[in-house]
Design a binder for this molecule. Structure first.
Ligand code: ARG
Length: 459
């Protein structure tokens, strides 16, 4: 028997392998709420322009709602023979309400249908991700406020560079995630045009009301070009691009958590809830969640690359290649969502080891820049010269195996006689961070001011 949805001109049914490669129902079934919403909006519009009777419209809506419930309750019978979610639902509607169902596909095609369904789905994903990002930012903000005075080493090249406070470090991630959020908001604005009514590619001869459908579905307006509308997947690509950058940020932070929780650093301890043990080494507490978050970027960026490759050679308008947009995108969005949730959980209950951070902050001659700055400020030495003088002080401390603040004044004055005892007041890590008061700097007062701003912004 040929396919009952499109088999009019076919004498036999597709080969089993053809059916397998062609069908998308196994993964696009998750678009059922969007597909039903799109069909309801379309039916209402068809009734308004008198293509559907009011009675047929009511039957269609009732039938679609019943199908939605069946799918939700897992009692719906999905068929691979019916290829995709659109035809599975339409066919089931026919079984439920008879002939009225056959009128629903007037003035539309699966091409504009799938573009609309997927856009609605991605729009929901964007809203969910934004919410999750804000939740993560809020968790970070709580820890930033608690740690506005927690001194730790700041690194460049993963070498101890200058002391900073942990609150400042966490606020850096709040900034990154805010950019991620704003990229998603941008993408949402651009994607919010309704493709439905573009039909297969050319538009339709029926006097449809596209503004009405767009409004019903929460779009700002209908798309302006039918060829573009059915063949555009920019909305997925942009969201995957934003998702990739967000995943990259998560990965960097995860890497820091892995380093910080190691026995060598001991800066933090992840809670039992977010650590795992080893089946052979009883002493181990492994940061598996952080490691997995670190790894997620691969599949998320991979999805973006995969879809770029699908799209790059496609002539207008729709080609079946585009069905390959969904699995990778679903996987990427699912995993980013999971990673955001796991990161939020880890941040909320990790323990900070203030002593280990403070001890490390004082090592590696991390206040050397403060000596140079002091020479510039108090002794009017040019910075390049001050840098050189400080280098000698560091070499001396290294030779004597002491911290910079443990050097004797006499020794320092042998290097440069313009140094006096006031220099000791700037050599402690505490005074070092307190002095970084330039806008955007790590001084605890700055950090607390930023925390306040973020508390208002995230409210
Ligand atoms: N399952 C298809 C997809 O995901 C729906 C559109 C099919 N259109 C077509 N003309 N075959 O892209």
């Amino acid at each position: 028997m040929s396919n009952r949805m499109w088999g009019g001109r076919f004498a036999s049914s597709p080969n089993a392998i053809m059916q397998e490669i062609n069908a998308s129902i196994d993964f696009d079934k998750r678009l059922y709420p969007q597909d039903i919403a799109g069909s309801i909006a379309h039916a209402k519009m068809l009734a308004k322009i008198d293509i559907l009777s009011n009675n047929d419209k009511e039957e269609i809506i009732k039938g679609l709602e019943a199908i939605g419930k069946e799918i939700e309750q897992n009692t719906f019978n999905f068929s691979q023979e019916l290829e995709d979610i659109h035809m599975n639902i339409e066919s089931s509607l026919g079984e439920k309400i008879g002939d009225a169902a056959k009128r629903l596909h007037t003035a539309r095609s699966r091409n504009d249908q799938v573009a609309t369904d997927f856009k609605l789905y991605v729009r929901d994903v964007v809203d969910m991700l934004i919410e999750q990002i804000v939740a993560l930012q809020s968790a970070l903000l709580i820890r930033a406020e608690q740690n506005a005075n927690t001194i730790m080493p700041g690194f460049t090249h993963l070498q101890s560079a200058q002391p900073v406070v942990l609150g400042h470090h966490l606020l850096a991630y709040i900034e990154m995630f805010d950019r991620d959020k704003s990229r998603l908001i941008d993408a949402r604005v651009r994607m919010n045009e309704c493709p439905l009514g573009s039909a297969a590619l050319a538009g339709t001869s029926f006097p449809i009301d596209r503004d009405m459908v767009a409004k019903e579905l929460g779009f700002d307006r209908p798309t302006a070009n039918s060829l573009d509308a059915v063949s555009d997947r920019d909305f997925v690509l942009e969201t995957l691009g934003a998702a990739s950058i967000c995943a990259m940020h998560l990965s960097r932070f995860a890497e820091e958590l892995v380093i910080w929780s190691s026995a060598q650093f001991k800066f933090i301890q992840l809670s039992d809830q977010f650590s795992t043990g080893s089946s052979i080494m009883p002493q181990k507490r492994n940061p598996d969640a952080a490691e997995l978050i670190r790894a997620k970027i691969g599949r998320i960026l991979g999805a973006h690359t995969a879809l770029m490759m699908v799209m790059k050679g496609l002539p207008l308008a729709y080609s079946k290649d585009m069905q390959e947009d969904k699995e990778v995108a679903f996987d990427a969005f699912d995993n980013l969502s999971l990673a955001l949730a796991a990161m939020e959980g880890m941040v909320a209950d990790l323990k900070v080891n203030e002593k280990a951070m403070l001890d490390a902050a004082g090592s590696g001659f991390s206040t050397a820049t403060d000596i140079a700055d002091w020479l510039v400020r108090e002794a009017n030495v040019a910075f390049r010269d001050a840098h050189h003088i400080t280098g000698e002080a560091v070499a001396l401390a290294e030779k004597k195996q002491v911290r910079l603040d443990q050097l004797k004044l006499a020794d320092l004055q042998k290097i440069d006689k313009r140094i006096d005892e006031r220099i000791f007041s700037i050599l402690s890590v505490k005074n070092s961070v307190a002095s970084r008061t330039s806008y955007g700097g790590t001084a605890p007062n700055n950090v607390l001011a930023q925390v306040k701003l973020w508390q208002d912004k995230l409210k």
